[in-house]
Design a protein around this ligand. Structure first.
Ligand code: PLP
Length: 403
């Protein structure tokens, strides 16, 4: 790619969480196929990130490509107010069948699906209750409603003081008697409108894992106090942790996104139980312009269709075993922890990582990783073969050593 284009990128475009002008030049990608990105200069990188955890089937999957092309021949888009279409109905049928929930709201990104979940919960109380409970270390998106339930430090709440709703934060989830009594005490002290957490894996808030008992306790307390439980499975949904969903059966409201379209297009969904929907008088106050975009729901039908035969389960188990090679990083100075769950592998350092040096080291090993905070991690496509998983592990360890 010529230098003029890269200069335009640097001076005109904001990249995620980046300054203007950009401090670090992004790598130009020309195309992608299978698990490989081809850069403009011809280099190939194994994508250890699955494009922020979405591209679970890899790139240019023939089944998803064909589904989108087929839909393009009918209509790319049509408004969802007053109109409907078969791909949206079929997808809603599949998601409700799979999760056991009753209703679906299609949103255009994960953050928006969290906004809708919060509105649903607040509307079910008719304004009587407004405060939510979550726990520290969470990440639920970048819009204001979602930011208000992100970890206060990681989400930089101090920057937004006065603009964010003030909710209640339980300590980081860990299955100990102290943690349990801290959470019980919060339920006793507050009349919560709802509880929202990421079950089993906290993603962008720090790539931490917690036992199911923590989520089950919230479920039990929500039952006891008559409070709806929102589970954000935007990162964990569709097989990433080794089961199709991490804990969807415990949810009154469930947020899905990321891998929903196999990484083809932006789409998310907020699902809920009929009993909760019945408490909302009148309309649910949300309706995005591109709601249930036909191209996106067609990609989602194809991507979820690829999961239907269950072959992903063996792939995720195989990747989990392969990611065991990350444990070699324990020998490195500066490494605090190595953990693996499903197709998620994490090396945690005892210091903030030098992201530029760590990324460069991974790229030199032919792998795309995006280290952040004190973490080098991978969430590869499920179709990544054993050799490429081994390569990702070598690159992640090199990244941890360099960063
Ligand atoms: C990525 C993510 C979101 C936000 O989704 P966007 O599509 O980026 O808005 C919300 N919750 C969790 C758990 C996520 O991983």
């Amino acid at each position: 790619m010529n230098a003029d284009l890269l200069e335009l990128d640097r001076t005109r475009i904001w990249h995620p969480y980046g300054p203007m002008p950009a401090a670090q030049a992004p790598l130009p990608v020309a195309s992608a196929e299978g698990v490989r990105l081809t850069l403009a200069d011809g280099r190939e990188l194994v994508d250890g990130m699955a494009s922020w955890w979405c591209a679970i089937h890899g790139y240019r999957h023939p089944v998803i490509d064909a589904a989108v092309q087929d839909q393009l021949g009918r209509m790319a888009h049509v408004m969802f107010g007053g109109l409907t279409h078969e791909p949206a109905i079929r997808l809603a049928e599949r998601l409700t069948d799979w999760t056991g929930l009753d209703h679906v709201f299609f949103a255009d990104s994960g953050s928006v699906s969290v906004e809708v979940a919060i509105k649903l919960v607040l509307q079910s109380w008719h304004g009587e209750r407004r405060q939510l409970l979550t726990w520290r270390g969470g990440y639920h998106g970048d819009t204001f409603g979602a930011m208000a339930v992100c970890d206060p430090d990681g989400g930089m709440h101090s920057m937004w003081q006065g603009s964010l709703a003030e909710h209640v934060f339980a300590p980081l989830p860990e299955w100990t008697p102290e943690w349990e009594s801290a959470v019980r005490a919060l339920f006793e002290a507050h009349d919560f409108a709802g509880v929202i957490v990421e079950p089993i894996v906290q993603g962008a808030g720090g790539m931490r894992f917690h036992p199911r008992e923590c989520v089950q306790l919230l479920r039990d307390l929500c039952d006891e106090y008559g409070v709806p439980l929102v589970l954000d499975e935007i990162a964990t949904g569709f097989g990433r942790t080794g089961t199709l969903f991490a804990a969807a059966e415990l949810a009154d409201v469930l947020c899905l996104g990321k891998a929903l379209t196999g990484g083809y297009m932006t789409l998310a969904a907020t699902l809920c139980r009929a009993e909760l929907a019945a408490k909302v008088d009148g309309p649910l106050m949300h309706g995005p312009t591109f709601m249930a975009n036909p191209l996106a729901v067609s990609a989602a039908l194809a991507s979820t269709g690829l999961l239907q035969d269950g072959a992903w389960e063996a792939d995720v188990a195989r990747i989990e075993r392969g990611l065991g090679a990350l444990h070699d990083a324990r020998e490195l100075p500066g490494v605090k922890d190595v953990r693996v769950k499903g197709a998620i592998g994490v090396i945690q350092l005892d210091h903030p990582i030098d992201g530029v040096a760590a990324t460069r080291a991974a790229v030199e090993h032919g792998v795309w990783l995006r280290p952040f905070r004190d973490l080098v991690y991978t969430m590869p496509p499920y179709v990544t073969d054993d050799d490429d998983i081994a390569r990702i592990c070598r690159a992640a360890i090199a990244g941890a050593a360099a960063g």
